[in-house]
Design a protein around this ligand. Sequence first.
Ligand code: HEM
Ligand code: NAG
Ligand code: NAG
Ligand code: NAG
Length: 504
Amino acid sequence: MVTVSLIWGIVVVVCCCLWLILGIRTRRKGEPPLENGLIPYLGCALQFGANPLKFLRANQRKHGHVFTCKLMGKYVHFITNPLSYHKVLCHGKHFDWRKFNFTTSAKVFGHRSIDPNDGHTSENINKTFIKTLQGDALDALTEAMMENLQLVMRPSALPKTKMAAWETEGMYSFCYRVMFEAGYLTFFGKDLTRQDSQRALMLRNLDNFKQFDKIFPALVAGLPIHMFKAAHYAREKLAEGLRHENLRRRNCLSDLVSLRMLLNDQLSTFDDLEKAKTHLAVLWASRANTIPATFWSLFQMIRSPEAMKAATEEVNKTLEDAGQKISFEDNFIRLNQRQLNDMPILDSIIKESLRLSSASLTIWAVKKDFTLDIEDGSFNIRKDDFIAFYPQLMHLDPEIYPDPLTFKYDRYLDENGKAKNTFYSNGVKLKYYIMPFGSGATICPGRLFAVHEMKQFLFLMLSCFELELVDSHVKCPPLDQSRAGLGVLPPLNDIEFKYKFKYL
Ligand code: HEM
Ligand SMILES: *[C@@H]1O[C@H](CO)[C@@H](O)[C@H](O)[C@H]1NC(C)=O
Ligand SMILES: *[C@@H]1O[C@H](CO)[C@@H](O)[C@H](O)[C@H]1NC(C)=O
Ligand SMILES: *[C@@H]1O[C@H](CO)[C@@H](O)[C@H](O)[C@H]1NC(C)=O
């Protein structure tokens, strides 16, 4: 008996050793320093997941600007020198830009793969996004958003007496409500046949979106949605509202949604619910980062008296130049592209808020063995490894941004009050100094619209309302690190503020 157990024991130990030895990569000549981590398969994933910034800074100190980490069985080469970003992007022909291979989207939203190589659709979704979110399409989208923001912010249904009083609300919850609803209407149009029930439907959509978005990091990490009953139900309900038959009842669909409906019908073998879920993916991409980013820009602005003063002056001047007046009646304020683009102070406030709150991880798969030639040296990279940027390291680098944790509303303004684009690392001017929208071929296709809608939001808040924090000395809420890697981090707790319509 004893010998049998002993033999089995030895077999198990030998297998474990073999697995450990074979499963762990050894660094070859010319490759970046390698961090295998202590845990088989996971590698460094737990430390990375707990606090990416801390983990990457520690490795930077230990290994220099380029190093490899084992994460969930994959080998990821982090390039952390902002002076090298440009050179890395020059190696683009070696990268597979279809990040996560489109599988993340499929897993999270519940449709089959949208990668044309997998044969369920032949839509080139990158082309769809660029065609309908940029260029001429951007003007129409921006115009619709300006109108919808005003519809949502000052519903004319409210009695004047109600609007004349101070209203107190959580600022994050306010931004969530306004940006979700206005964005939903802008992309997916309005149902004019059932106007009375629209408000209730929108509030249900809002609730469902919050429920679903809460578990988003868990889904990306690979947990099945069946573990989260309420959020699963919320996702299905959201998708229900985006079925083609429901969208066809709505007016003023954006170019993006109407083109995607057409291509879904013509080029894919998706069933009706899957088509709806591809729209849900667009809804999520368009709202999930914008909402917290809008909160941070409003919060940081209100908290800084100099920022408030400078921004209000800029808004006053723009209103005056545009010959527009705010009133209680239905005439909406409109700004043309030139007026919208000519507000450097709001631009700087938005950039500075994104700098402080965004934590996106950009990852590209490597198609074949190649040598990466960058400022930091030459590195051999193997096929099927990954190249990664974590720009928060740059955004919080005290050499590039002195006093990096402090909000300075004019950080992105030069001495003439125009946009500043000269930032230095190691005495060298940086080509890339702020990257909240990713980079390279996978850069966010909605980035121009995102800045427009945040600017419109700030513009309308400043021109239509008096604004005050309930506690003027309130502490800045901490960032919710559980979403690090996914984009803009929301605040961990909400902040109370008061607003009152100015003109009655
Ligand atoms: C402050 C707001 C926003 C931020 C910070 C943001 C950031 C990002 C980032 C970091 C990515 C991934 C890029 C990469 O992997 O390199 C991305 C992708 C994307 N974003 Fe945005 N985004 C914002 C707003 C928007 C808006 C308003 C839209 C409008 C529809 C949008 C649409 C998309 C889409 C469709 C993708 C996926 C592109 C693809 O994989 O082909 N985003 N965004
Ligand atoms: C992409 O997904 C397909 C299956 O959906 C798989 O065969 C292929 O290996 C994946 N490619 C990469 C680079 O992960
Ligand atoms: C902006 O305009 C309003 C109304 O015209 C005025 O009350 C306010 O003082 C102006 N603010 C600044 C900072 O110019
Ligand atoms: C998307 O299209 C743009 C413009 O045509 C191109 O520069 C970019 O490389 C494309 N990205 C991907 C992932 O194919």
